[in-house]
Design a protein around this ligand. Sequence first.
Ligand code: SF4
Length: 78
Amino acid sequence: MAPRLDWKQRAACRDLDTSLFFPESEADAAPAKAVCTGCPVREACLDFALTTRQHDGVWGGLSESERRRVRRRRPTAA
Ligand code: SF4
């Protein structure tokens, strides 16, 4: 079953430039993370990224390496 995507309608990043969330390096991820901090769908976004194994970019306020650490701690996450 495909993951639900209706949470994207309420995303704080909905009208922002997508490239902000795909910085050249994780050291440049702070502006994206700042947007995520106030996002009302942060949890759903992170869950989507973990479930669908999004490897690049900032999702749910976490960078690629941070999401890898979450996956290791949550073996049930896909
Ligand atoms: S948590 Fe961040 S990347 Fe996810 S929808 Fe919200 S603003 Fe966008």
